[in-house]
Design a protein around this ligand. Structure first.
Ligand code: K7E
Ligand code: CUA
Length: 765
């Protein structure tokens, strides 16, 4: 380096206010050394790092476990994008704090629950499919503790519906979808009487406790589950576990594992060995094989019984109609996964070192030939294991779940006890590779791994224990998702992500290009019902209506004011409903709303209308405000609700205004406005000098800027009238409002300008 350039570099460094060690001059080698990183680490970082402003290839939707939420994150960066409120209130999104979302939680209350259930044990998300492929439209997820299935619309990532299972007391085998999302499957876990709130002593377990599989009919047009068109198949009290739907050649069939086919009822306190002993005594349990397409016809033919308003195919009918079969499987199995080509069903048993690969063709051949090894106590025909098995492959200790690669015959199985992932070939029946994970892996997930055409590339290990992986945060450790590169023969671990919500059992990941979320709602939409909101109003039509003891406010939100700003016709004991429409069209201009002390909160995204409702049961002064830092004058986005005591009489004493203004104040504000206009003009000049129309993001900002500027005319008319009347107070205030619109216009204009400069906008003539 020449002395001149060195001196120049020094000058620049000093100019930037830098003293001490010049970190900016650190090169890659220095950083590796300082941070103790290996070449391997560097490679992993390069594979996962997503530079600022760039986006991820895949979007994962993970169960939020006990938090009852869905966690959305990007792959390979593992950056968390959102938590979606599903089974539990989520304050940021106003989920459970506004009327529309409260209704969803209310409608999804289990029939045997009295108090509102405020948690969920969410396990398995499932992506909607069209012809066996992820279509990016809907996500379903189950709640094991309070048998429920939720529907999330991926246009806005909002929960639209929760359906409570009418007959189960516990479930696990959901949500799994059929290849065209005709049905969302939900299987029981712990058997119980199917009627709600019915007492049956454990002694009658075999006769009156039942398991089952519910087929929830999904109405694609409405984007909702149709409970009336849904049905269940009654199953023996065998603790049904995980399930999967057939695909390709096995489309129309469904499979569910079971454990405790011993039908043991426990009772340590009765001097009996515990469940764990009695439920794993036999060598085998049963894989249930069920024909849902035929079941559909049986339901249509009315061969069902009705329990709690829900259609159920009794076991004897299922047996008689030939839609229910059992196959022995190594004891206490867990995952059952249909291969992408639909020809094989892979079952992994926690207590067996093998995975069992069943052949769908062989199963069908046995059924056709009527070749059974016997019947279970409920008369269900049993296909022998040897007649149905394609092969067993020894993988390691505690195999649980299996996922698939884009490469033919390649599968990945989690090994819980070994804390490993096994990569293996289910056609050749051999192990290809193994990698250690940290620790005790449950589910694993490949990209679009449940579809008929998985994408390969990455695998996420969803581990049960973190132990020593992260900075300690007390006895309750974070949950961990580990990202593994599966694009080569050898698997490599490339990222550890702690998740501060537990326990995230399963996740699904979709190619980011297959998702097409919106950025705003049609003006006045109730997002939870996808319909026009009756409380929506346009700008200028805001009103407050009082009928008897009901006060209803039809308000709007836009940077940076709430209309109305004063709600003063409320008396103690009145029921207050506030509908708010966000008039913004700009991307990411969300406003929030709350009234202190009333446990209400709304997140109102552009175009949305939301209602909050409460009983004003205390007299007093209640400030309300916007809860999202939406603009420079966000803090001023405020108002007052005044709740009068019953029969309040005003003393008639007039108060004084906080500040009054003179002509000099007006002149000063006016001058400022003229100067601000010059700034706006220069920004406009820049924007129109480049090809901004080629940038949709910039176009949206420019449109929004013009929206804001467009409001100035009306304000100026009011200002002029005040000037004419010599009312300097109002003239100054209206001039101030004019300036507010200018500030917002300038803010957007500058944002658009920066965007254009950073994205290489070109000069036009
Ligand atoms: Cu294996 Cu609920 Cu799918 Cu957890 S379950 S691991
Ligand atoms: Cu709107 Cu802050």
């Amino acid at each position: 380096m020449s002395t001149r350039i060195k001196r120049l570099a020094l000058l620049i460094a000093l100019g930037a206010g830098m003293t001490g060690p010049n970190w900016a001059s650190e090169d890659l080698k220095d950083v590796l050394k300082r941070r103790g990183l290996s070449q391997q680490d560097l490679l992993a970082a390069a594979k996962t790092y997503v530079p600022t402003g760039k986006r991820d290839e895949f979007i994962a939707l993970s169960s939020g476990g006990h938090a009852g939420q869905v966690i959305v994150y990007g792959i390979p960066s593992m950056r968390i994008l959102k938590y979606i409120g599903v089974f539990t209130p989520e304050p940021w999104q106003g989920y459970g704090y506004d009327e529309e979302s409260k209704k969803i939680l209310r409608d999804g209350q289990p029939p045997n629950a009295k108090e509102p259930i405020l948690w969920g044990d969410s396990h398995h998300p499932a992506m909607s499919e069209t012809n066996g492929k992820y279509d990016g439209q809907y996500l379903f997820i189950n709640d094991k503790a309070n048998p429920r299935i939720a529907v999330i619309d991926l246009r806005d990532f909002e929960t639209k519906q929760i359906v409570a299972n009418p007959i189960f007391k516990s479930e696990h085998g959901g949500a799994f979808v059929t290849p065209n999302t005709e049905y969302v499957m939900e299987a029981t876990q712990y058997a119980a009487p199917l009627e709600p709130n019915k007492y049956v002593p454990l002694e009658r377990f075999n006769d009156e406790y039942r398991g089952g599989m519910t087929y929830w009919k999904f109405d694609r047009k409405k984007g909702r589950i149709d409970p009336k068109a849904s049905f269940s198949m009654e199953l023996p009290p065998y603790s049904q576990d995980l399930a999967d739907a057939g695909k390709g050649p096995s489309d129309g069939w469904s499979f569910v594992n079971s454990f405790c086919s011993e039908r043991y009822v426990g009772g340590i306190e009765r001097g009996r060995p515990p469940f764990e002993a009695g439920c794993s005594a036999r060598d085998t349990d049963y894989l249930h094989v069920m024909n849902w397409k035929k079941a559909e016809q049986i339901v249509a033919a009315g061969k069902t019984k009705t329990i709690n308003g829900h259609k159920v195919i009794p076991m004897d009918v299922a047996v008689k109609e030939g839609i229910l079969f059992l196959i022995p499987e190594p004891k206490s199995p867990h995952g059952v996964d249909v291969t992408p080509d639909g020809t094989k069903i892979i079952v992994a048993g926690k207590l067996d070192t093998h995975v069992s690969v069943y052949s769908f063709d062989k199963i069908q051949a046995a059924i056709k030939a009527g070749k059974f090894e016997g019947k279970d106590p409920y008369g269900i025909p049993i296909i022998s294991m040897k007649d149905a098995l394609d092969k067993q492959v020894q993988l390691g200790l505690g195999p649980l779940h299996t996922q698939f690669d884009s490469k033919k015959c390649v599968a990945y199985t989690s090994l819980y006890v070994d804390s490993q992932v096994a990569k293996w070939d289910f056609c050749a029946g051999k192990v290809l590779d193994k990698i250690s994970v940290h620790y005790n892996i449950g589910h694993l997930m490949t990209m679009e791994g449940d579809s008929n055409s998985p994408k390969g590339q990455y695998l996420v290990a969803l581990n049960k224990l973190a132990i020593d992986r992260f900075n300690p945060v007390g006895p309750l450790h974070p949950q961990t998702h580990q990202l593994i590169d599966i694009s080569n023969d050898k698997m490599t671990l490339i990222y550890d992500m702690p998740i501060g919500l537990g326990e995230p059992h399963y996740a699904v990941a979709i190619d980011a290009d297959n998702l097409k979320p919106g950025i705003r709602y049609k003006m006045g939409t109730d997002s939870r019902s996808d319909s026009p909101h009756p409380g929506a109003v346009k700008a200028g039509s805001e009103k407050t209506v009082k009928k008897g003891n009901k006060v209803e406010v039809f308000g709007t939100l836009i940077r940076s004011h709430i209309v109305p700003e004063i709600i003063d016709n409320v008396e103690v004991g009145d029921e207050v409903t506030i509908h708010l429409t966000n008039l913004e069209r700009a991307q990411d201009e969300t406003h929030g709303f709350t009234v202190g002390g009333y446990n209400v909160h709304a997140s109102v995204e552009p175009g949305k209308t939301v209602s909050v409702k409460f009983k004003a049961d205390r007299a007093g002064v209640y400030p309300y405000y916007c809860t999202e830092f939406c603009s420079a004058l966000h803090l001023e986005m405020q108002g007052y609700m005044l709740v009068k005591p019953k029969g309040y009489k005003d003393s008639g004493v007039a108060g004084k205004a906080g500040t009054t203004y003179t002509k000099a104040d007006f002149d000063k504000q006016y001058k400022t406005n003229i100067e601000t206009q010059a700034v706006i003009d220069s920004v406009v000049a820049y924007i129109t000098s480049v090809n901004y129309k080629s940038f949709p993001e910039a176009v949206a900002m420019v449109e929004d800027a013009f929206d804001q500027a467009g409001k100035i005319t009306e304000v100026k008319v009011k200002m002029d009238a005040a000037v004419k009347a010599g009312d300097w107070n109002n003239a100054t205030l209206w001039a101030g409002q004019w300036w507010q619109y200018q500030v917002k216009t300038a803010d957007l204009g500058l944002r658009a300008k920066t965007y254009l400069e950073q994205n290489g906008a070109k000069k036009v003539k």
